[in-house]
Write a protein that binds this ligand. Structure first.
Ligand code: BES
Ligand code: MN
Ligand code: MN
Length: 455
C-alpha cells in the first residue's frame, strides 16, 4: 500500500487546501441564521464525493438540514462499509476568546485552527480523501457508502426518519465513523464505548410576576434560590446522583476491564494544569478516566432567570430555568432516565413553587465489543499506520445515531477517530493536527484492506 502513502504525499497541499476551504463555510446547525451556509456545505461535500469517484451522489433534503449520500458499489458479492460523519459544527461563541476567527482557518504549529477542524469536518474529510486515494489507485476492495449529515450537533432529529425510509439504500455490513479521539499521537486507541445522553430542562415558577426584592424579599420564595437548592440536592457529597432509580440499570464494569483501563496513559497533574484547576472532583471510588467514561453524570449546562444585564437591578424573579444533561452508560435508557428525572424533580419541588420539566434530545450509550471481527481490522490498520499497537478506550462523549444504526440497519459501528481530547472541540480555538489529518487518510485504506481480507 505504498502507493497510498505516495498518493497522499503528492496531493498533500491540495488535500489541506480543500479542508481549509470547507472550514471557511460556517455550517452551524443550531443557528437558523446559518441555514444557507449549512446547505452550501452539503453541496460542497457532495461535489467532492463525486470528484473522488462516488456514484449516486445526492444532497437529500430533510425537514431540517440536508443529508449527503454517495456510494461506490463495486461488487454485490463483496461486503459494504457505510461511512458516517457530520458536516455541521457547534456555534463558535464566545468569539472574543478565539485567537483567530473561527471560520478563517489558520495553520499554526502543525495544527489547523477553525471551528469544525476536528469535530467533524476534518475527520469526515479524511474519509473523502482516503476514498479518493483508493479510487485513484484502483484499490477500493469493498463496496462503500457515505452518509454525511448536517444535524449531529443538534441531535440528528431528521436522520432517524431518513435511515428508516432508506434502509435498503443504506444497507451495509459495518459502519465506519471518525468522530472520536485517540489517547495521544504516540498512543493510538480505538473507541469501544460512548456514553448516552438525556438532556432536560426545568422551569421553576414562584410568584406570578417579578417583584421588588426589597418589598417582597424574605416573604416569598425566590425561584432562583429554589432551583439552586433543588439542583444541588441532585448530587450528594460522595458524587452520587440522588435521583431515585438512576443507577438501577447501570452495567457494572468488571474488575478486569477496570484494570485494563487503568493502563491507559493518563497524567493527572497535566490534566489539572491543562484545565487550570487545583483539584479534580467526581464520584468517590473512581479514577478521573473512569468518571469521564464508564460512569453516568449530571451537569447543569446553563441556568438563567432574573436580571443579568449591565449594572444591578433589584428583582425577585418570577421564574428560574436550567438545562441539565445526564451522560448515561450501558444499559441505561435515556427515555427511562427522563421519566425518573421528571418524577424526582416533581417530588423534591417545594410547595411554594411550581415546576415544569421539558425533555430535549437524547441518545443511547454504545459498546463495541473487542471481539466484533471488524474491530480487529481497525486495530491492525492503526497498528500498521502508527507503528504502535492501539489500545481500547471508552469515551465520554455521545454519538446518538450509532445506537439507531444498529437498531434500524442491524449494523455495528467502528469508532476509529483521530482527534485528541485537547483539540478543544466545542470550545474556542478548536484545532486539529496536520499529523492527525494525514494519519487518518493513511489509516482508512488499511482498514478497508484488512476488512476485505477478513471476508
Ligand atoms: N464528536 C462528538 C462526540 C465525541 C467527542 C465522542 C469526543 C467522543 C469523543 C459529537 O459531535 C458530539 O459533540 N456529540 C454531542 C451529542 C449531541 C446529541 C449534541 C455530545 O456528546 O455532546
Ligand atoms: Mn462530532
Ligand atoms: Mn460535537
Amino acid at each position: 500500500m505504498d502507493f497510498i502513502s505516495k498518493y497522499i504525499e503528492t496531493n498533500k497541499e491540495r488535500m489541506l487546501d480543500e479542508l481549509l476551504e470547507v472550514l471557511r463555510i460556517p455550517s452551524v446547525s443550531a443557528d437558523p441564521k446559518y441555514k444557507a451556509d449549512v446547505e452550501k456545505t452539503a453541496h460542497w461535500m457532495a461535489g467532492k464525493l463525486k470528484a473522488a469517484g462516488a456514484d449516486n451522489v445526492e444532497v437529500c433534503p430533510t425537514e431540517g438540514h440536508p443529508i449527503v449520500y454517495g456510494d461506490k458499489l463495486i461488487d454485490p458479492s463483496k461486503p459494504t462499509v457505510l461511512v458516517y460523519g457530520h458536516y455541521d459544527v457547534q456555534p463558535a461563541d464566545p468569539l472574543e476568546l478565539w485567537n483567530s476567527p473561527p471560520f478563517e482557518p489558520v495553520v499554526k504549529d502543525g495544527k489547523i485552527y477553525a471551528r469544525g477542524s476536528c469535530d467533524d469536518k476534518g475527520q469526515v474529510y479524511m474519509h473523502v480523501k482516503a476514498f479518493e486515494a483508493m479510487m485513484a489507485n484502483n484499490a477500493l476492495p469493498v463496496n462503500v457508502k457515505f452518509i454525511i449529515e448536517g444535524e449531529e450537533e443538534v441531535g440528528s432529529a431528521h436522520l432517524e426518519t431518513f435511515i428508516k425510509e432508506n434502509t435498503e439504500r443504506l444497507s451495509c455490513d459495518v459502519i465506519l465513523i471518525s468522530d472520536t479521539s485517540i489517547v495521544a499521537n504516540d498512543v493510538p486507541s480505538i473507541t469501544t464505548g460512548l456514553r448516552g445522553l438525556c438532556y432536560m430542562e426545568i422551569e421553576v415558577t414562584g410568584p406570578n410576576r417579578d417583584l421588588h426584592s426589597g418589598v417582597y424579599g424574605g416573604g416569598v420564595a425566590n425561584p432562583l434560590n429554589t432551583i439552586c437548592d433543588m439542583i444541588s440536592s441532585l448530587i450528594d457529597e460522595k458524587g452520587h446522583i440522588t435521583i431515585d432509580g438512576f443507577y438501577d440499570d447501570v452495567l457494572v464494569v468488571s474488575a478486569e476491564e477496570r484494570a485494563e483501563m487503568a493502563k491507559t496513559p493518563f497524567d493527572l497533574e497535566e490534566y489539572k494544569k491543562d484545565l487550570g484547576i487545583g483539584e479534580v472532583k467526581g464520584e468517590d471510588g473512581y479514577t478521573t478516566l473512569e468518571r469521564v467514561s464508564i460512569r453516568p453524570t449530571l451537569d447543569v449546562n446553563g441556568i438563567w432567570g432574573g436580571y443579568t444585564g449591565e449594572g444591578s437591578k433589584t428583582v425577585l424573579p418570577s421564574k428560574a430555568s436550567a438545562k441539565i444533561s445526564m451522560r448515561l452508560v450501558p444499559n441505561q435508557s435515556p427515555d427511562k432516565i427522563a421519566k425518573l428525572f421528571e418524577a424526582h424533580i416533581k417530588k423534591i419541588a417545594p410547595p411554594y413553587v411550581s415546576v415544569k420539566v421539558i425533555a430535549h434530545h437524547g441518545g443511547e450509550p454504545v459498546v463495541v465489543p473487542l471481539d466484533f471481527a471488524p474491530m480487529q481490522a481497525a486495530m491492525k490498520a492503526m497498528e500498521q499506520s502508527f507503528g504502535i499497537t492501539p489500545i481500547p478506550t471508552r469515551e465520554g462523549g455521545s454519538i446518538p445515531i450509532v445506537a439507531l444504526f444498529e437498531q434500524v440497519l442491524g449494523a455495528k459501528s467502528i469508532l476509529m477517530g483521530f482527534g485528541l481530547n485537547s483539540d478543544a472541540i466545542h470550545s474556542p480555538n478548536e484545532h486539529y493536527g496536520l499529523f492527525n489529518y494525514y494519519k487518518g487518510i493513511e489509516t482508512i485504506p488499511w482498514f478497508f484492506k484488512y476488512y476485505a481480507e477478513m471476508n
